[in-house]
Write a protein that binds this ligand. Structure first.
Ligand code: BYC
Length: 331
């Protein structure tokens, strides 16, 4: 009954009630699920969907900041930004590799992104118009990403949870890099402080949208929480982010662009204004300020990189052939 084909080779999984209950028991006992463990097909599919969207977000997320590498104001800022963007590329690679443990190939996942079938985080469809936006992206976007990813370090799927531990360490450097840019701007001239305020005005609401739809509209949350893929609801993580970030904005002397934002003594949390969900869904469905540009760039770079992939494969094949020849000669 518990015997399984290879993970991903599905149709073979016998998911009767006893199998599902035994799986849930392992989850409830906080045991990590590893690639060769039996798992319900729905669990596998949920992870592939979330992890690959996460990987795509890291890769597409390199674009708004990449645009500023040549325009960073000092050599130190340029080096830090370059290292940060390189880290994001690395995060994408860990996450594609972790997804591959679930029986999908990186090529398939890339095709899903390029064809528009797979989503990536809405936030990367907003432009980085000024240098202050680079500060706001590090502070708010990486800050929101950490809040979500700290919880994912305890995800029930081992490879995803382990990837998140390293990613969170790097994201925390990214967040500080961004906040430090904001501090410098806020301690600078009036014009610089205005740039910082303008970046906060434009990135605040899209950052809150990163956590995904509210309770009723989050179709995957209840099952993902039962499987301990997600540990908190989208709204709970969003609230934690707001509670952590508002005092940081106060320290900068900036005002959060939400007239309804108020500390609630009873809940010990901030109440906030309504999120524009119409805007969120429009951006998710492809009609944000930069969706077309982001996908056009990604497709072009994929096309232009074809020779690199071919050369790497040819090189690997040659090495393998050489290894086999010398093995045969030694025998
Ligand atoms: N944008 O039922 P729900 C970074 C979709 S990058 C677009 O709540 P779930 C960085 C959702 O996919 C880090 N789509 O879903 C990189 C679903 O659609 P499908 C990015 C969104 O999965 C470079 C539908 O809405 N972080 O740090 O339970 C530079 C219903 O939602 C969004 C991650 O990827 C969105 N914001 O929860 C700087 C975190 N929100 O799939 C920084 C990993 C929701 O049914 N992902 N949707 O077609 C997650 O934690 C979860 O997938 C989410 C959504 C909380 C995002």
């Amino acid at each position: 009954m518990y015997s399984q084909g290879l993970i991903g080779a599905d149709g073979a999984t016998e998911e009767d009630e006893a199998f599902l209950q035994a799986f849930q028991k392992r989850i409830d006992a906080e045991l990590k699920i590893e690639p060769n463990d039996p798992m319900p097909e729905g669990y596998r599919k949920t992870l592939v969907r979330q992890m690959s969207q996460h990987a795509h977000s890291e890769i597409i997320g390199m674009q708004p900041e990449g645009n500023w590498i040549t325009r960073a104001p000092t050599l130190r800022r340029k080096a830090a930004l370059l290292a940060k963007i390189q880290d994001e590329g690395g995060h994408g690679l860990y996450l594609y590799s972790a997804s591959e443990t679930l029986g999908v190939s990186r090529e398939e996942l890339t095709d899903q992104l390029l064809s528009g079938a797979a989503k990536y985080s809405s936030i990367f469809n907003y432009p980085a118009l000024t240098w202050a936006d680079i500060g706001a992206i590090g502070w708010l976007v990486d800050g929101a990403a950490i809040m979500n990813q700290i919880a994912l370090c305890r995800c029930s799927y081992g490879p995803y949870a382990r990837a998140m531990i390293r990613i969170c360490k790097e994201e925390s450097f990214h967040q500080r890099q961004g906040y430090e840019i904001m501090i410098a701007l806020c301690n600078g001239s009036d014009e610089q402080k205005e740039l910082a305020q303008d970046a906060l005005n434009r990135f605040w609401w899209p950052s809150l949208m990163m956590f995904g739809p509210s309770e009723g509209d989050s179709v995957h949350s209840s099952q993902s929480m039962a499987w301990k893929i997600k540990r908190f609801s989208n709204d709970d993580l969003r609230d934690k982010f707001i509670n952590a970030t508002v005092p940081q904005a106060e320290y900068l002397g900036l005002s959060v662009p939400d007239p309804d934002l108020r500390w609630n003594e009873q809940t010990k949390s901030y109440d906030h204004g309504d999120i524009d969900w119409e805007e969120f869904w429009r951006v998710v469905k492809g009609d944000g300020p930069c969706n077309r540009e982001r996908m056009k760039n990604r497709r072009r770079v994929h096309r232009e990189g074809a020779w690199v992939r071919e050369a790497a494969l040819a090189h690997a094949q040659k090495r393998e052939e050489r290894k086999q020849t010398s093995r045969m000669a030694a025998e």
